[in-house]
Design a protein around this ligand. Structure first.
Ligand code: URA
Length: 210
């Protein structure tokens, strides 16, 4: 994967994203749509996942056929909204190892504050996909990727649902080696750091906390 930013403009993704953006979409539907979109985005973000060959028997003959080595993949969710994408990815790749980065955004400085960090061992041998639905200022994503790099990861991708140009620029500056996959590059951030047009607070919309 060479491009720094890939926008998945497939009609199925765009249709589901439109439903998620709508204010009146209920929590349960929002969560279900996020799960469905995460399957479609997974297709793109795992495009170059290495496969190994396995000897199998079809009803007609023996053959060497490709299989994914799930143990070579680490999914790292930025809590709490990252878990919505994580759940869908795990449905597709249940063998993947999973890590969590707990960061909350200080509402005044918009800077990330770390409260939890637990990731799989041997990250240097794994493709590491860091997930968070919203790439807004980029502060949390940059901090999370700093942490997974410190833990040994070298082959990293970032998966989000929506990205703001400000966040993409910040990521490109801090982590030019980390490709980003998203469903949309939105217009801008507002004065509170929300993505416009966006979908509001992803965590609140997923869990009905507002
Ligand atoms: N986090 C969110 O949940 N929404 C935004 O628009 C920006 C950051």
């Amino acid at each position: 994967m060479n491009e720094h930013l890939t926008v998945v403009d497939h009609p199925l993704v765009q249709h589901k994203l439109t439903m998620m953006r709508e204010t009146d979409t209920p929590t349960a539907v929002f969560r279900q749509l996020l799960r469905e979109i995460s399957h479609l985005l997974a297709y793109e973000v795992t495009r170059s996942l290495p496969v190994t060959m396995k000897a199998i028997e079809t009803p007609l003959c023996e053959m060497d056929a490709p299989v994914i080595e799930g143990r070579k993949l680490a999914l790292v969710s930025i809590l709490r909204a990252g878990n919505g994408l994580l759940d869908g990815l795990l449905e597709l790749i249940p063998q993947a190892r999973v890590g969590f980065v707990g960061l909350y955004r200080d509402e005044e400085t918009l800077q990330p504050v770390q409260y939890y960090f637990k990731v799989p061992t041997q990250l240097d041998e794994r493709l590491t996909i860091v997930v968070d639905p919203m790439l807004a200022t980029g502060n949390s994503s940059v901090a999370a990727i700093d942490l997974v790099k410190e833990a040994g990861a070298t082959d990293i991708r970032f998966l989000c649902l929506l990205a703001a140009p400000e966040g993409v620029a910040r990521m490109k500056e801090a982590h030019p080696d980390v490709p980003i996959v998203t469903a949309s590059l939105d217009s801008h951030l507002n004065e509170k750091g929300y993505i416009v047009p966006g979908l509001g607070d992803a965590g609140d919309r997923m869990y009905g906390t507002k």
